[in-house]
Structures are given as C-alpha cells and as structure tokens.
Write a protein that binds this ligand. Structure first.
Ligand SMILES: *[C@@H]1O[C@H](CO)[C@@H](O)[C@H](O)[C@H]1NC(C)=O
Length: 312
C-alpha cells in the first residue's frame, strides 16, 4: 500500500518536472513594461483559434513589468489602453483601446485608434513575424524588443508621442486633451485612405499626406494598409518585450485621467510582477534548485524501490 502511494508520488513528481522542463523549452515569454508615468491596461487578442493570453487583458501600473507565457505558434496582438476605470468585477471603460468596457477583453479587440504590437510566432520557415501597426490609428508609444533569438530581430516601434502632433481632423479628445490619433481611413472612410475599391492593391494605394506624417514620426511602424515591407520584422525563437513609453516620456493619456485602481488578482498572468533582474535571477535559481531536488529525490527513491523488488 505504502509502496504504491510512494510510487505514484514519484510518478507525479517526474510528471511535474517534465511538464516544467517542457514548458521551459517550448514556450515564449512576452514581457510587458510600462515606462509611462500613468497606468496602462494591456489588451491581448489572439488570432482565430489560438488561446487567449491573460484572459485578454490586465492592468500594468506605471513602472511595472509583467510577463506572459505563450505556446509556440501563438499569434495575435497587444495594445495599451489608457484612462481606464474598472470596478472590482473588471467592468468599466477606457478612454482609448476599450474592449467592450471589460478589463479582461476575453478575445475581443480594442476600439481604434490604438497602436498595436502584432505577432505571428513560428510562421513561414518557423520564423516569427512581428510589427507595430498604426493602421488602426495611434493611442500611445509602443515598442517591440526581441531577445535571445536568431536572425535580424529588429526592434520596431513608435516611440514618438504622436498625440500632440495629430492633425485636427484625426484627433480624439478627452477633456480638451488629444488622447489618440485616428487613422485617415477611420476619420474619412474614403477608399483612398482605406485602400478599398479602386485603391485596393499596393500599387493603387500609395501613401497619403496623413500616412506619411505617421511614417515620418514612426518609420518602423506600419502607417497604412499597404505600407512597404520594411515594417515587418522577423526573428527566430526569441522572447519579446513589449514596452510602453520606452523613452520614459509622459504617457499619451496626459496623466491618465482615470482611476489608479490596483491590478486585480487572477488575470491569468503566469509570472508575478518583478521589480529587478536580480529578483528574477534568484527566483529562477530557486526554481532550478527545487526541480533538481525533486528529481534527485525521485531518482533515489526509485532506485531504492528497484533494489527492494530485486531482493524479493
Ligand atoms: C540559434 O542558432 C543556433 C545555431 O544554429 C542554434 O543552436 C540555436 O538553437 C538557435 N536558437 C534559437 C532560439 O533558435
């Protein structure tokens, strides 16, 4: 009886160890970093048929960092929401990037205008494809920083605050402040700006004055539907940091205007916020030592059992 339960305990420990080992080598980490002076409510939306990360959204206080683990092959987009207020159930609204008034977007996208960080992990040839897109407009500074991958692994982004330079026709105002900048397509809806009808191909939809303004402020970001290929980046097997307000300048929401509600617990975030690299190192060391200990214990007791059954 006792022997059996010991055996199954060992099996369980092995199982746990291999699950951890497996997830360590076959998943990717997206780390979100809020360099803005006000809170950002991150939104996540997967492509069709792909798992939702962190239930679709979470709060990230000014200066805070948060990590999510995604499976190989994940694809979808991230964006920052500003000026949000949510109650204890995660119901409320955001000035920009709102997803149906929910903290956890649960698969829904954000209302444009919103700057997007878009990913396809393990696409053609197993490479990751990623970009920063202003095709649906701009709401805040966002940048993608890959680490540990092979390839060119560029770092696209829009780290200029476009809101103060947003043309009047494209402005989204809140309390007299520009909080976001619409795409010309969203503002005017004409085929010339939306690249539809007669303008429905890369050759017939050239850049416009509006998209050129976005492009010159943020050269590595997609400025309109048929922006040139220089806006798509590739890397292989990397982890990615998505950083809001990298330059450390005040966030585009002009001080937030929203509540300073604390991040709610249980949003599906796998790693807790970590304040320093040293803390992370200690955490990973402890995890490693625990794993080694579990493994060694399991091996030793299996050996003992083996010996016992041989003696029978
Ligand atoms: C990068 O390339 C090296 C050499 O081909 C390979 O050993 C390594 O596993 C690759 N790393 C990733 C993250 O793909």
């Amino acid at each position: 009886m006792q022997l059996m339960s010991l055996k199954s305990a060992n099996l369980l420990l092995f199982f746990i160890y291999f699950i951890q080992f497996y997830s360590h080598t076959h998943s990717r980490t997206f780390t979100f970093s809020n360099g803005c002076s006000s809170d950002v409510w991150v939104g996540t939306q997967p492509n069709g048929g792909i798992p939702i990360l962190a239930e679709g959204g979470f709060a990230l206080a000014a200066g805070e960092t948060m990590s999510l683990v995604a499976e190989e092959g994940w694809g979808g987009r991230f964006w920052g929401r500003t000026g949000c207020t949510f109650d204890a159930d995660g119901i409320g609204s955001c000035e920009t990037g709102d997803c149906g008034g929910l903290l956890r977007c649960a698969g829904a996208g954000g209302d444009p205008p919103a700057s997007l960080a878009e990913f396809t992990l393990n696409g053609a040839n197993g490479d990751d494809f990623y970009d920063v897109s202003l095709v649906d407009g701009y709401n805040m500074e966002i940048r993608i920083i890959p680490s540990g991958g092979n390839g060119t692994c560029g770092s696209p982004g829009c780290t200029t605050n476009l809101n103060p330079q947003c043309p009047e026709a494209l402005q989204v105002l809140s309390g007299g402040t520009v909080v976001a900048c619409k795409s010309a397509c969203a503002a005017f809806g004409s085929p010339q700006y939306c690249c539809t009808d007669a303008y429905g191909s890369p050759t017939t939809c050239p850049p416009t004055t509006y998209s050129k303004a976005f492009k010159s402020a943020c050269p590595t970001a997609y400025s309109y539907a048929y922006d040139d290929a220089s806006s798509t980046f590739t890397c292989t097997g990397a982890d990615y940091k998505i950083s809001f307000c990298t330059s450390g300048s005040p966030s585009s929401s002009g001080g937030g205007g929203g509540s300073q509600s604390p991040p709610p617990p249980g949003t599906g975030i796998l790693s807790p916020p970590s304040s320093s690299a040293a803390e992370k190192l200690v955490q990973s060391l402890i995890t490693h030592m625990l794993n080694s200990f579990i493994c060694a214990t399991a091996i030793i007791s299996l050996l003992i059992q083996c010996k016992k059954s041989l003696h029978h």
